[in-house]
Design a binder for this molecule. Structure first.
Ligand code: SAH
Length: 340
């Protein structure tokens, strides 16, 4: 038996037909689950007793649990406990234009980037799509706020859990459910090329972000060992293919590590690498983790780096810092909890 929050709309219709229910019930059920946020089948007042029994016998409908909440000025961080006892986290970010959430896609991560706290704990398993959907639902329920945008930038590598992540995206995007617009959903990858190619074929207006973090292979391989498998030249050519096929602009993420990748040399190299591409670079102030190998670049160095790119005609922004005082960088809350 599968959790009902893991059903895409069409799959739910098909499942209902299989269990001798009418297809249109999918609409009613989606409304209860996602609009009214009612998970108790017995309280779905437009369903008959027989249908309710039928649903109870064919679907699981429980939630993951909120284990811990950390609140700061503009950020609320949630630690969730899954049914198997494992922990994951999500962060709610409050912007002037609305609320966005950063969700996890795996328990742990196997990519092992040297600056990242998530990878310190190896991947235990992929998240099911319902476990990703419920991170959003629970935060909406808890805060009574609507979440208008979603970034898949929490713990895990989404393209190492491709099918579940795509199901998740289609569930939250569905107009009869949470109806989060595709343009308001961003999936961030360390650069798993075969999956980027698959993503090109999805025909959905979701944003793609690439964690580049270095403009040459030597440095990138030091920071991200995945670069030994998929190098910069192949990545750039795949990103160009994505841009050509989808006509969509790609975000290039670049975490600012003091005296490591934030020098003038790297700025100029990066500008050269990205020249003429439909991309924008998002400079991310590093959230220092317990592993004290890297330091966060000073704001002065970040501004200088920004100016070099700007002068070279590259679109660039500096990411607003959120929640550094509550360890909001992905994996930090879970890491400190698991250590205990
Ligand atoms: N695995 C995916 C998505 C999760 S991480 C990916 O690699 O893109 C989301 C972004 O945060 C990535 O760009 C990642 O490199 C970056 N990141 C990881 N640890 C960080 C930290 N301590 N401070 C700032 N950014 C960090």
């Amino acid at each position: 038996m599968k959790n009902i929050y893991g059903y895409k709309y069409n799959d739910l219709e098909n499942k209902l037909i299989q269990i001798n229910e009418k297809k249109y019930r999918a609409k009613q059920i989606y409304e209860w689950l996602y609009v009214h946020k009612e998970l108790d089948f017995n309280k779905m007042t437009n369903l008959s007793k027989t249908t309710i029994n039928n649903l109870t016998n064919n679907f699981i409908n429980d939630y993951i649990k909120i284990k811990k909440v950390q609140i700061s000025e503009d950020t609320i961080k949630y630690l969730f406990e899954l049914k198997c006892g494992n922990l994951i986290e999500a962060v709610l970010l409050q912007h002037d234009y609305g609320n966005s959430i950063c969700v996890s896609s795996q328990v742990g991560c196997n990519i092992g980037c040297s600056f990242c706290a998530s990878g310190k704990l190896k991947k235990i398993r992929n998240l099911e799509s319902y476990e990703m959907v419920q991170q959003i639902l629970l935060v909406e329920k808890e805060t009574k706020r609507r979440i208008s945008s979603v970034v898949i930038m929490g713990i895990g590598e989404p393209f190492d859990n491709y099918d579940n992540v795509m199901d998740f995206i289609r569930i939250i995007n569905h107009p009869k459910g949470l109806a989060i617009g595709a343009r308001h959903i961003t999936v961030s990858t360390c650069g798993i090329i075969p999956k980027i190619k698959e993503f090109i074929l999805e025909n959905i207006q979701v944003n793609l972000a690439l964690s580049l973090h270095a403009p040459n292979n030597e440095l990138r391989s030091k920071l991200m060992k995945i670069n030994e498998v998929y190098n910069i030249e192949e990545l750039i050519s795949t990103i160009n293919e994505y841009i050509k096929e989808t006509n969509r602009r790609v975000t290039i993420e670049y975490v600012m590590l003091e005296h490591v990748n934030d020098n003038k040399k790297e700025a100029l190299e990066l500008a050269k690498l990205l020249r003429g591409m439909n991309v924008y670079v998002n400079l991310i102030p590093y959230n220092e983790t317990k592993v004290k190998v890297y330091k966060k670049s000073s704001m002065i160095r970040i501004r200088k780096f920004y100016n070099y790119l700007k002068k070279a005609g590259i679109n660039v922004t500096i990411r607003k810092e959120f929640g550094s005082e509550i360890d909001a960088a992905c994996g930090q809350l879970r890491a400190s909890e698991v250590e205990k």
